[in-house]
Design a protein around this ligand. Structure first.
Ligand code: C2O
Ligand code: CU
Length: 468
């Protein structure tokens, strides 16, 4: 039993610094060059037991956070000093296909690969994680995941709570299960889900964070491999009274306007950013909680403490808070409304195999399920006919609008911005709309329950200007 709940401070992943900056001789613009060492490390999770043996970017997990001003081109050399092959995907970036972490484009132990990222997107929280063929779940679970933040002047001028690690804090969620001896249990051999009984934030089980009575921006990323969360805040002394907060960003950056809610559903790989105002809770503690049976988490998959996430301890000092949450955040570039479904994809489980329209990613001949003319706006219909499972569906390259969802409908906070993952609940059908640009290329789309992904619930689409 892990008994240090709310006793260890929330770790903040360090900011990654460029190794050097070179000037592009043609554009005259700077290119920031980074090196990341993928290597083994240990983490003492259970006091008095063995440490967990992990592998992470720069030997930490989550990996270091990239903080990149919009428009800054960067090159990152990911050096594989681990014992297993890897492929790095910058999730949410419209990277050119050779730098997108294609599952079979693996870097072997002892090799490195240089990845180029253009960063022309508006401000948002992306994340980088492993994507190696059939090893994604194990590699991400054992530590290969980190945050990547693009900033821009338009967002900076809004006056939102700011300062990485002070009033703008990443909260990277995960859920894991450990062996009796304190080491992390392997995911190999699992073919449905690994829920985990230990909730981590920024790598630390059930941490606490000392805060001031003022507004904070929290950037949620669910980096778990199978567990979805239904988050809410409450006073430690009144756990059933959910407190309101404002959602200000989705996967693809700021929403049009802030959306006030008291509950936030976040499936795997989704990001939501919120502002929570601790002003009226000076001297109290506020808990971040998780509702039971979130999404396809069954009653059997909830454990003694999976209803808890972390605690905020609010100081009693009075502070001046000049930050604001403007009533209008930005004009979101939603794709122009179109009609007629261009592609229909069915996510199902047949003969114990996870499939999309009957195909798995290892079916090399048939796995390109759609050809999309570059520049076209398309409506894709995603149907979940796999029984009691939900599937967070991620489409590489694009930002999309969630047009409709049967079942629970589209949440107001997910309709307020653009997304790159959509939670396809049990028995639901979702329609999503995206502008397939700016590059030609073959890109992946898949379920982000990484056990399902590794078990082949992944396919590809080809964005092309070629005829025929
Ligand atoms: Cu977050 Cu294809 O991945
Ligand atoms: Cu799935």
């Amino acid at each position: 039993v892990y008994d240090q709940i709310y006793q260890v401070a929330l770790p903040i992943p360090p900011v990654k610094q460029p190794k050097h900056i070179v000037t592009n001789p043609v554009t005259g613009k700077d290119i920031w060059y980074y090196e990341v060492d993928i290597k083994a490390f240990t983490q003492q999770v259970y006091p008095g037991k063995q440490p967990a043996q992990l592998v992470g970017y720069d030997g930490i997990s989550p990996g270091p956070t990239f903080l990149i001003p919009r428009g800054t081109e960067i090159v990152v050399r990911f050096i594989n000093n681990a014992a297993i092959e890897n492929s790095v995907h910058l999730h949410g970036s419209p990277s050119r296909a050779p730098f997108d972490g294609w599952a079979e484009d693996v870097t072997l132990p002892g090799q490195y690969k240089d990845y180029y990222y253009p960063n022309f997107q508006s401000a948002r929280l992306l994340w980088y994680h492993d994507h190696a063929m059939q090893h994604t779940a194990e590699n991400a679970y054992f530590g290969q995941a980190g945050a990547y933040i693009v900033t821009d002047a338009a967002e900076d001028s809004l006056g939102l709570p700011s300062g990485y690690g002070t009033f703008d804090v990443p909260l990277i969620l995960s859920s894991k299960i450990y062996n009796q001896d304190g080491t992390l249990q392997s995911t190999e051999g699992e073919d449905t889900s690994v829920w985990g009984d230990i909730i981590h934030v920024n790598g630390q089980p059930w941490p606490f964070l000392n805060v001031q009575p003022r507004k904070y921006r929290f950037r949620f990323l669910n980096s778990a491999i199978s567990r979805s969360f239904a988050l809410y805040f409450a006073r430690s002394t009144a756990l059933d009274a959910k407190l309101p907060f404002q959602v200000i960003a989705t996967d693809s950056g700021l929403t049009q306007t802030p959306v006030t809610t008291s509950e936030l559903l976040i499936s795997i790989a989704e990001r939501y950013e919120i502002v929570f105002d601790f002003t009226s809770y000076a001297g109290q503690s506020i808990d971040l909680r998780n509702l039971p049976e979130a999404g396809d988490v069954g009653a059997d998959d909830d454990y003694a403490n999976t209803d808890k996430v972390m605690r905020f301890v609010v100081s009693n000092t009075s502070v001046t808070d000049t930050s604001v949450v403007p009533a209008s955040l930005r004009s979101v570039p939603f794709p122009p409304a179109s009609t007629g479904i261009d592609h229909h994809f069915r996510f199902h489980r047949t003969d114990s195999e996870w499939r999309i329209n009957g195909i798995g990613f290892s079916d090399v001949e048939n796995r390109v399920l759609a050809k999309v003319p570059r520049g076209k706006v398309e409506l894709w219909e995603l149907e979940n006919s796999s029984g009691g499972w939900s599937h967070p569906i991620h489409v590489h390259l694009v930002d999309f609008k969630v047009v409709s969802r049967t079942g629970r409908g589209v949440e107001p906070y997910e309709a307020a911005g653009l997304k790159d993952v959509v939670w396809l609940g049990k028995g639901e059908t979702v329609v999503m709309e995206a502008h397939y640009a700016p590059w030609d290329g073959v890109y992946m789309f898949h379920c982000h329950n990484l056990i399902h992904e590794d078990q082949d619930m992944m396919a590809a689409f080809n964005v092309t200007t070629l005829e025929g």
